[in-house]
Design a protein around this ligand. Structure first.
Ligand code: 5GP
Length: 135
């Protein structure tokens, strides 16, 4: 059965899209630990990130780097934190989180009811910076 994230890629499930290329898709986490919390996934479904081929693993990280640069350009933050967990969704993904303090990376303190308008605006700001930086 297709993962939730495959359904996001094919548009069956909506998402706040921030960037994509032919092999990768980036979108806001629906329960962000900080505003701008983004997930980056390979479009082709693989459960465990460390089962990706070396080439796919490297490509996912290089794409994530571009997304992280766009996040930092769009949102006030000291750094963009990186995490890989995969305990909930069996489709490889990288979490990118705008950080100002260590607490911004507390995955036990998610926003379970983020404001849709704010999510839309944040996604658009990151998407605009991504386009600008990769024109
Ligand atoms: P993990 O698998 O890394 O432990 O966590 C999966 C992450 O995906 C969680 O942070 C969760 O909030 C997010 N997530 C789960 N389902 C959806 C969804 O349908 N849409 C979006 N945008 N994020 C989701």
């Amino acid at each position: 059965m297709a993962s939730i994230f495959s359904k996001i890629v094919d548009g069956t499930i909506p998402s706040y899209r921030v960037a994509e290329d032919d092999r990768h898709y980036a979108f806001l986490d629906i329960n962000p630990v900080a505003p701008g919390h983004t997930l980056v996934i390979p479009k082709r479904e693989t459960d465990y990130i460390f089962d990706l081929s070396d080439e796919d693993f490297a490509a996912l990280h290089l794409f994530s780097k571009k997304v992280a640069q766009a996040i930092r350009a769009a949102l006030p933050c000291k750094r963009v934190g990186v995490a890989v967990m995969g305990l909930e969704v069996p489709h490889a993904h990288i979490h990118l989180v705008p950080l100002n303090t260590e607490k911004d990376m507390d995955f036990s303190a998610k926003d379970t009811d983020p404001d849709p308008e704010q999510m839309k605006n944040i996604a658009e700001m990151i998407a605009d910076k991504f386009s600008e930086l990769n024109a």
